[in-house]
Design a protein around this ligand. Structure first.
Ligand code: HEC
Length: 100
């Protein structure tokens, strides 16, 4: 293979990888910030029936810093009663404000 062709092949091979890396590495902070006030209502409607106290479930959320915990919540809640993106961000914003 000529060097020119090899370089071209390398470029083509990298395109899907770069596209995938961009999508996969999208940080949580790029998402629209949740509204904690709306989140309080959403929690009452969707979660309080099973989780009377947010402090109990927050103890079960892994992570040492708020970003990691919010990211874990984002993944977990997608399959746990908060599939709607905006509503989920609102609930997370409210939950994260309950910690102090
Ligand atoms: C029908 C009952 C029910 C509803 C509604 C519900 N949960 Fe849960 N949730 C559970 C149960 C049971 C567990 C523990 C088992 C598990 O991990 O799935 C749990 C676990 C969790 C956990 C993991 C931490 C832990 O204590 O295990 C979080 C965080 C959580 N729920 C948040 C929420 C939020 C936020 C909502 C509303 C969007 C919600 N849940 C709605 C029943 C419910």
């Amino acid at each position: 293979m000529k060097l020119k062709h090899f370089a071209g092949a390398m470029m083509l091979a990298l395109i899907p990888f770069v596209a995938f890396a961009n999508g996969a590495a999208e940080p949580v902070t790029d998402e629209p910030a949740g509204d904690a006030t709306r989140g309080a209502d959403a929690y009452d409607e969707s979660c309080a029936v099973c989780h009377a106290s947010p402090s109990v479930i927050l103890r079960g959320v892994p992570g040492d810093d708020p970003e990691t915990r919010a990211e874990w919540l984002d993944l977990f809640l997608t399959d746990h009663y908060a599939p709607d993106d905006e509503r989920r961000q609102d609930i997370i914003a409210w939950l994260m404000a309950q910690r102090s």
